[in-house]
Structures are given as C-alpha cells and as structure tokens.
Ligand binder design. Structure first.
Ligand code: RRO
Length: 289
C-alpha cells in the first residue's frame, strides 16, 4: 500500500485538482460512487480566501490530444467551502487533500490555518502554479518566493503540505528544491502548460482570456521529463501527473520516480477513469512477495 507523508492509501492513483467534481459525481452516481471511489485520495478544486466567479467564457478549447483551460478559479471562498463543501467531501471514503491558492503570504496563511484546523482534512496542496489568475507574481515561478512562502506556512499547520509545481519555468527542479528546503512534505507536478489557440471562425483567441493552460496526452512526455528531473533533485515524494489515460501511462510516472500518479483531463472524457487506471496499473506492477 502506498504511503504519502504518513497517509496510507489503497493504491497509487489520485485525481488532479479541479478535474473531478466529487459532489456533482455523487449526485449522478449516488452512493455507488462511495462504494468504489475512483481515487485513493481526493484533491479538491483549488479554493481562495474569498469567493470568485471565474473567467468569462469561452473557458475551454479542445486541441489535438488535449485541451486548453482558463477557468479562473471559480469557488465559494474559504468560509463557503468550510460550511458547504467540506461536510460533503468528508463523506468520501478516502483521505481528503484541500488545494488552496492566494495572492499574498498572509492570505495563504489564512487558508492554511482555516483548512488545517479541520480533522476532515488529511493534507493541504499549495497551488502556486495556476496559469489563469492575473495577479502579477506566480509564486511557483521563483525558487526564492516559493521557499519564503513555505517558511511562512510551515509553522502554521501540522498537516502535510504538498506544493503544486508549474511546468512553465526553465528549471522546475530548482523550485522543488526550494519547496523542500522551506519545509514542504511533497510536491505535485505538472500543472498546465501556458498555451493559446486561435478560433478559425473569428480569428481571435479561442479562449476569452487570450491564453490558458494545456493538459491531456499532448503534455505527457514533458510531464514525465519534469517528474524525472524533480525526483532526482529532492528527497520528498512527488505526485506525477500530465496526460495519464491508462495504466501504462501511470507506470511511466512511477518509473520516473513519482510515489503517486494523478488522473486529470481523462476524467472529463471518462469520469470513472481513475478506477480503470488503478486496475490497469495494478496488473502491470509486480505483485508484492
Ligand atoms: O481554475 C483554473 O483556471 C486552473 C487552475 Br486553479 C490551475 O491550477 N490550473 C489550471 O490549468 N486551471
């Protein structure tokens, strides 16, 4: 059984934040979803201190072997999440990881303390890599900013802190090392790759925001390369993701050094993909003796 920062998991396949709405899925599949949950841990959609409506549509653009998104973090804010979503997510039969994002260290601290105080929460993912919020600095693009953020947050919770890394830098391993030195317990990668597309009918960007983040099978070789580089540079565990569609894809990430693998874009095509990927992966892994 894999272990992530002391959290025991039934198998190595979890979801990528923002790609599986467990509350909506429960409405569709009922308690059947809980009996055979697709993932061994659940990562929430990223929340921010205050509610956000997200970006103007068009928010998604299909590309060859992938898609570009610029959703822009729609969410209920910390108080809305704690009051409305957390009780429902706590009913899932797997550990809960809450993803948080803010634009200042103080706001990050408010999120980490607010979420970290709750027994229902097993770990916190710090999203320092969203490509779709125009707040100026993306913390995860700079090792020094990443280390400073971790040094601020580390003393504020005993819960494991996972840093979600951006692929949009020359040296993701340098950011991962900074996160580790700041006290992170794990890293997850990759978030989406900065991308754009032109609508052939309007000759304007297909995404209203002008650009967004690319995900899906198209990004997998880049993700595998970055996971390999990060795992060679840090001692903390990595959660690898980027275009995982089947068990063989998942194995690529484990072979690159990842402890766990996340399924993202594939869940939009097949909401139960996580379950299938986990089953296929277990066929490919050697049986423990
Ligand atoms: O909401 C989004 O637009 C979004 C987020 Br928070 C993220 O981390 N990565 C992404 O591709 N989209």
């Amino acid at each position: 059984m894999p272990d992530l920062c002391g959290i025991q998991l039934q198998h190595p396949v979890i979801n990528a934040s923002g790609t599986f709405d467990a509350i909506a899925a429960r409405r569709v599949y009922g308690d059947e979803l809980l009996r055979d949950f697709p993932f061994s841990a659940f990562v929430s959609k990223t929340i921010t201190p205050e509610p956000r409506v997200g970006n103007e549509p068009q928010r998604i653009w299909e590309t060859p072997a992938g898609m570009i998104n610029s959703i822009g973090l729609p969410n209920k804010g910390l108080d809305g999440f704690l009051a409305e979503d957390l009780p429902q997510l706590a009913e899932l039969p797997v550990p809960l990881i809450v993803s948080v994002m803010a634009t200042t260290r103080e706001e990050f601290a408010r999120l980490v303390e607010g979420v970290g105080d709750r027994d229902e929460v097993a770990a916190i993912e710090l999203n320092v890599s969203c490509p779709n919020v125009h707040s100026g600095l993306i913390v995860g693009e700079q090792p020094l900013e990443t280390a400073a953020l971790l040094e601020e947050l580390r003393p504020r919770t005993a819960k494991p802190l996972i840093v979600k890394l951006t692929p949009n830098v020359a040296d993701p391993a340098a950011v991962a090392v900074a996160a580790e030195e700041g006290g992170a317990d794990a890293v997850s990668l990759i978030n989406t790759l900065k991308a754009s597309a032109t609508d052939p009918l309007t000759h304007r960007p297909g995404i209203a925001a002008g650009h967004g983040g690319l995900s899906g099978p198209a990004v997998r070789p880049i993700a595998v390369a970055q996971v390999r580089a990060v795992c060679a540079a840090v001692g903390i565990p990595a959660i690898g993701m980027g275009g995982v569609c089947d068990g063989a894809d998942a194995l690529e990430f484990l072979d690159a050094g990842a402890r766990l693998v996340a399924v993202g874009t594939e869940s939009f095509r097949d909401p139960l993909a996580g379950r299938r990927v986990a089953a296929e992966l277990s066929e490919l892994l050697p049986t423990p003796s």
